[in-house]
Design a binder for this molecule. Structure first.
Ligand code: SAM
Length: 219
């Protein structure tokens, strides 16, 4: 009985979750910041910042920049930021945020599969909490093309809260319902794109753990 129930929940999750996420990037985009902050106990923004320690050089491309918080932070730290994001709604929110912050980033609407950038024109590529595009072979080919040799593509794949208080325990139960109990990052099958050295790292603080993939473009 239990396994029938859990299979049903799994099916429901697979059917509903992609639509909810897609809505968050499009019609419900104005709610995105509040939702990500609330449902991850304020850790979402902390996890995003983990990419910063892997950036070497000043020219950074951010894929799927969403509402632009990381782009603002990178601009403030002096990086020359270009972003490519597929949702025009997210783009508008990010553009307004960057304008308010006085940040001169180049934010483009487009796809990770066809980057409107020259070969080897960036020192680093970053992406936080990417959707399915991170598994596309075309994304990896394009990143390989625009990234300079020796540069890194750093991806924050996911974040997990630690059960430190009532609120985080409740949120963890909620995440299990939405994402399932399995460690999704362990199940990822990466596209076979030669030319990168891949490694995984986990960054922990007292409230949670972020899982990162770091891909260095080989000479
Ligand atoms: C889960 S959100 C993450 C946004 C942001 N990086 C963050 O950390 O909050 C995934 C983002 O990727 C964007 N996206 C989806 N497919 C894309 C693609 N092929 N190229 C660029 N961006 C894409 C979505 O519109 C959405 O804004």
């Amino acid at each position: 009985m239990r396994s029938v129930m859990s299979r049903l929940v799994d099916r429901l999750r697979l059917a509903v979750a992609p639509h909810v996420f897609e809505a968050l990037y499009r019609s419900a985009a104005p709610l995105y910041d509040q939702v990500s902050k609330f449902f991850f106990a304020g850790q979402w923004g902390v996890w995003q910042l983990n990419v910063l320690s892997y950036i070497e050089g000043s020219r950074v491309l951010e894929l799927g920049y969403g509402t632009g918080d990381l782009a603002v932070e990178m601009c403030r730290r002096g990086y020359q930021v270009t972003g490519v994001e597929s949702s025009p709604r997210m783009h508008r929110i990010a553009r307004a945020k960057l304008r308010r912050a006085g940040c001169p980033a180049t934010l483009l609407v487009g796809s990770s599969a066809v980057l409107p950038l020259a070969d080897e024109c960036v020192d680093a590529v970053v992406s936080t909490f990417p959707s399915g595009y991170i598994l596309w072979e075309l994304t990896w080919r394009e990143v390989h093309r625009v990234l300079r040799t020796g540069g890194t593509f750093t991806v924050v794949l996911s974040g997990e809260l630690l059960p430190v208080d009532h609120r985080s325990k409740l949120l963890i139960r909620f995440h299990e319902l939405v994402y399932g109990k399995r460690n999704i990052t362990a199940d990822i099958v990466w596209p076979d794109v030669p030319g990168f050295d891949l490694r995984h790292e986990r960054h922990a603080n007292e409230q949670g753990v972020a899982s990162l993939l770091i891909a260095r473009k080989c000479p």
